[in-house]
Design a protein around this ligand. Sequence first.
Ligand code: PEP
Ligand code: MN
Length: 373
Amino acid sequence: MILILKPNIDVEASEYKQLVEHLSTLQNIQLRVHRVQGVEQSLTEFHLIGNTGALALEDMKNLPGVEHAVRVSEEYRILGRHKVDSRANYFDYQGLRFGQDTLHVFAGLCAVDTPENVEEMMKTLRDNGQQCTRMGAYKPRTSPYSFQGHGKACLPYVFELAGKYGIKVIAMEVTHESHVDEINEALDATGHPTGVMLQIGTRNTQNFELLKIVGRQQKFPVLLKRGFGITLDESLHAAEYLASGGNQRVIFGLRGMKTNIGDPHRNMVDFAHVPVVKRLTRMPVCIDPSHSVGLRSRGPEGILDLLHMTAQGIIAGANMILVDFHPAPEKALVDGPQALLLKELPHFLEDVQITREAYLKRQALAQHISIGN
Ligand code: PEP
Ligand code: MN
């Protein structure tokens, strides 16, 4: 059971103390306290673990300091959607809202290579009204002999160029806890010109120690990619590791499943799971058409498979699109074959817009019909 306390409640307030004292008298119930510092208010949640079946929801709602109580019967305690659950399905970061009703495009470089390419990318994004991007500094590669990313050396110019072109959030993969410190240090050193969304890649979805560390920090939101060879349930539990550590600002990323059944695409596209994740949890859902499709093939009508798959995700309600672009894909050090050209960005964004409008019309139609019934 989760007790959501009144916003901004003070730990020294008498109602807070009374509540803690009362809960400590309950038999076989453990208490875990989660605090979320939002822009305008701080929220405190008490998670009651153990024999909560014996507690009456109405009684718990009436305890001092409690605003509402949620009975958690399902698996994903914190990020899951539960019966009579009024908790938010969004969070705010860098002045932008990320939620189950919003859509953001994170177009950018799979891997940072040169400052010139970073600048060209950022400028193109700004010229096309974008405020978010993806930039890989730490690259997990199949071969130890492949380019591993520039690491912390590139962070200062990536952050400064983001600031110069008004980019507010960069999705950036981390594969080790030291990378979080390096990102923090580089942001401090450059005066916080931008924000970072930490990305946990598909190879690390079940790196539980990394999840615990990234979950314990609340400065950066996290994009967690699903594991490419595990069940959806296992990946959703991985997300719950982040939340149980204290960070509930989690976006769940679909990026395709590894199997040759998906050939000729790089992975089997799994965007059918967009509505499933939104139904089971309160997380916004990201799609990554680049790593799912992996190539620039087109249908006979001339539309790239990559754009078709993006449209599939959006029409199903996706909230974020992570997509690879590069000024000269043939020279890219990582994943050139799947990168879109910078001159293709306006087309990409227009296609996204068309599909998003269609999704919103479908949503309005479904709501209209369900009210009529
Ligand atoms: C990436 O987004 O750069 C990446 C490596 O993705 P994934 O973890 O999904 O393979
Ligand atoms: Mn890649």
